[in-house]
Design a protein around this ligand. Structure first.
Ligand code: ATR
Length: 283
């Protein structure tokens, strides 16, 4: 038994490895679930410098730590430190969830899962094969979302990125269903799109605004912004103003956390409004 919000010497230990890690919202998510389900466990932030991240991660079994989430800039290092990886981690060459099982390090990548689950939560009748998708940005989040959408059956993914070499690299890696479009032409790519996803940092608090004219986007198409500070970005406000269904970035963050929690602590956790409110209260 645990005290309210507390844990004992027998607690299962998990956490998150980032550098810096102090901005991570993950401790708030997992510790909320631990308390909610009365589990004797704790989820702590680990500041792991990228230079020594591999060594540190290899020590998890010796330390008796059940697992970790991994965030920027350690996801690629974590991939290299694993004994085994799932198909998403293999595809993305990046690990965001580590599970220690019988002393063996298993790596998973749950970002694509988190994206698809949050999309389906917001729009249960959404069909990946309904038409082309437009993605803005070509960083790590974009790659995970491309992998997820292709797996789900998207027929065409147009990627607009300021630096064209990065969108070309995604096409080279993921194949010809990925079509790079020039950043300047991003508004023209919206014509028959069923989904627009912003994966850039534009529109985030303290960053420049994302400028895109939505005039060509069909009225029923979904607009998804992975930015969640602020929760309602100017892009989502513009989408809503013209009647497009809009999905904020908090859902991806919450849903990507589920598989790790289930593996470490043995309970499949629920993403609900109370959890959203709990995380929002600290944003
Ligand atoms: P992540 O891994 O979280 O996706 P990232 O790799 O830093 O983050 O990618 C950030 C994305 O935002 C990139 O697509 C970046 O474009 P570049 O590849 O050209 O750098 C995009 N981005 C950031 N600032 C931008 C700006 N001022 N204008 C256009 N795109 C921008």
């Amino acid at each position: 038994m645990t005290l309210s919000g507390g844990f004992t010497g027998a607690a299962i230990v998990a956490g998150i490895a980032g550098w810096p890690v102090k901005h991570s919202r993950s401790p708030r998510i997992h510790n909320y679930w631990l308390q909610q389900y009365g589990i004797d466990g704790v989820y702590v932030p680990f500041a792991l410098a990228p230079e020594t991240a591999i060594e540190a991660i290899r020590m998890l079994p010796a330390l008796g730590i059940r697992g970790m989430n991994v965030t920027v800039p350690n996801k690629e290092k974590a991939y290299k430190a694993m004994d085994e990886v799932d198909r998403w981690a293999e595809r993305l060459k990046a690990v965001n969830t580590i599970v220690v099982r019988d002393g063996v390090l298993h790596g998973a990548n749950t970002d694509a899962f988190g994206f698809l689950e949050s999309l389906r939560e917001a729009q249960p009748d959404w069909q990946a094969d309904a038409g082309p998708v437009v993605i803005l940005g070509a960083g790590g989040a974009s790659r995970a979302i491309v992998a997820g959408l292709l797996d789900a059956g998207a027929p065409e993914i147009r990627i607009a990125n300021r630096t064209p070499e990065r969108s070309d690299a995604i096409r080279d890696e993921f194949g010809s269903l990925v079509r790079p479009v020039p950043w300047e032409r991003r508004a023209d790519a919206l014509g028959d799109a069923t989904l627009l996803v912003n994966t850039t940092s534009l529109g985030m608090e303290g960053q420049p605004a994302l400028e895109i004219d939505l005039a060509k986007l069909p009225a029923t198409s979904m607009v998804y912004d992975i930015v969640y500070v602020p929760l309602e970005t100017p892009l989502l406000a513009a989408a809503q103003a013209r009647g497009n269904p809009a999905v904020d970035g908090l859902g991806m963050l919450l849903h990507q956390a589920r598989p790790g929690f289930r593996e470490w602590f043995g309970t499949d956790p629920v993403v609900d409004q109370a959890l959203r409110d709990h995380v929002l209260a600290a944003l």
